[in-house]
Design a protein around this ligand. Structure first.
Ligand code: AMP
Ligand code: ZN
Length: 430
């Protein structure tokens, strides 16, 4: 099922023609209206006439998170402030947030893209979506909310936390789908298990839209098994409207990135050069339809790969692979670079382990992996635990070439956060 069949299945050549037109429009508009880009163009000796093909996008300057912070709170507005109808901010790490403005058309477009995603997953009017993301300055909840309303779903703006109340809402209103972070979905699965609630028998859940932080295929399968539903990977970032940038179709193999709205590039994170299709690199996005705040070649810092082959679902918009990690989150211990998700992948594949973990780095690059045991696996037998510990340590060493210390802790004892999970505690930098 399609929300907008014509666009979603558009021939590649036509799609690329549309992209070029929209890119040229966008570049012309920022050249006329955004002092930040005027300066960058001047410095690079670039004029909008230089943009004759999509490949010419490489002549444009990058925009980074630091640029957005430096222009806070005014933002990189390309319309009079009066034309902006919504503000979101993205907190990211430390310091000033990024201010992101939406015009009325931008708000409509964001909802339209979510509608495509939801219908692609099989949702329709009559579905009940419990939105377990944080409502507020964060785009995650609101953008999904309006998109789901557009499809005709009954949307429950539950927000995160309070699992008792989440469960009550699910039972009383027969929730068919949830939108949550992977860490909350896992936490909620634990909660149901402890309460002895069998979601397959007592709830009506069929789908979960899971995103806002990196997670692995093993985690997806764990959530699916525990909640008895299908998990669709949902990717977005506040700088590009929030959720609805790329989303899985029922093939569950990579996420279709809506290329009529975003021009996608994959670059080498250090050199900035393009990498060939099928190779991993940093995702760089240019908005093609944004009115209030167009962004050129935005460095997402997210590491992924383009899957160029056509998808069996019939959509022509290319897919990106599950995000392997953020270049900002890359850890270095004993000269080895790795992403927390490489460890997650191992932990979530072991049935004896629970659903929460924490990576601790301290001293002279000592790596400790703390991981909760599964409820069922926690029989406290010292011998059994020691064997499990060394199996985990060996698997991690085989993957990273660094042997960690492994702490097995009882279920429910590691901290959980309401928003995005904090998987790494780097005491070396404290
Ligand atoms: P925010 O601007 O707060 O919405 O955060 C956006 C960031 O969250 C992205 O740049 C990614 O690093 C991360 N993110 C969002 N969705 C996903 C996803 N499905 N998989 C991995 N990371 C994600
Ligand atoms: Zn598909």
């Amino acid at each position: 099922m399609y929300w907008n069949r014509e666009i979603e299945t558009m021939e590649r050549a036509a799609l690329e023609t549309l992209q070029l037109q929209r890119l040229q429009d966008t570049v012309l508009r920022v050249a006329q209206r955004v002092p930040f880009y005027q300066e960058r163009f001047a410095a690079a000796g670039f004029t909008p006439d230089d943009l004759r093909s999509l490949a010419d996008v490489r002549r444009l300057p990058f925009t980074t998170g630091a640029d957005l912070r430096a222009t806070y709170p005014a933002g990189l507005l390309a319309v009079p402030l009066d034309d902006a109808v919504r503000l979101h901010t993205s907190s990211g790490t430390t310091g000033k947030p990024k201010a992101l403005y939406f015009s009325r058309q931008d708000v409509d477009h964001a909802a339209e893209l979510i509608a495509r995603c939801l219908v692609m997953s099989g949702m329709h009017a009559g579905d009940v979506l419990q939105n377990i993301m944080t409502y507020g300055l964060f785009t995650g909840a609101l953008v999904m909310h309006y998109g789901a309303e557009k499809v005709g779903c009954l949307v429950i703006p539950a927000g995160p936390g309070n699992s008792e109340r989440q469960l009550m809402l699910m039972q009383d209103f027969r929730t068919t789908a949830i939108h949550a972070t992977p860490s909350y979905a896992l936490y909620f699965a634990d909660f149901l298990e402890k309460k002895g609630v069998d979601p397959r028998k007592e709830l009506s859940l069929r789908r979960a839209f899971v995103g806002a932080e990196p997670y692995t295929e093993e985690t997806r399968r764990k959530i699916e098994a525990a909640l008895g539903l299908q998990v669709f990977n949902s990717y977005g970032l506040s700088e590009m409207n929030g959720p609805g940038v790329a989303f899985e179709c029922p093939q569950q193999h990579g996420m279709h990135l809506w290329e009529d709205h975003f021009l996608l590039e994959i670059i080498h994170p250090e050199t900035g050069d393009p990498v060939p299709d099928g190779e991993q690199g940093e995702l760089v996005l240019t908005t093609l339809c944004r009115e209030a705040m167009p962004l050129l070649r935005y460095r997402t810092r997210d590491i992924t790969t383009v899957l160029p082959e056509p998808c069996a679902c019939g959509r022509t918009h290319r897919r990106i692979q599950r995000i392997a990690g953020r270049s900002d989150d890359m850890l270095i211990a004993r000269g080895v670079n790795f992403y927390p998700q490489q460890i997650e992948s191992i932990l979530m594949g072991m049935p004896a382990l629970g659903r929460n973990y924490l990576i601790v780095l301290e001293g002279l690059d000592e790596l400790t992996v703390k991981v909760e045991l599964a409820e069922a696996g926690f029989d406290g037998q010292v011998e059994h635990l020691a064997r499990l510990q060394s199996r985990i340590a060996d698997s991690i060493r085989a993957e990273l070439l660094v042997k960690p210390k492994v702490d097995l802790v009882p279920p429910g004892t590691l901290p959980v956060s309401e928003g995005k999970a904090k998987r790494v505690l780097d005491k070396r930098s404290l």
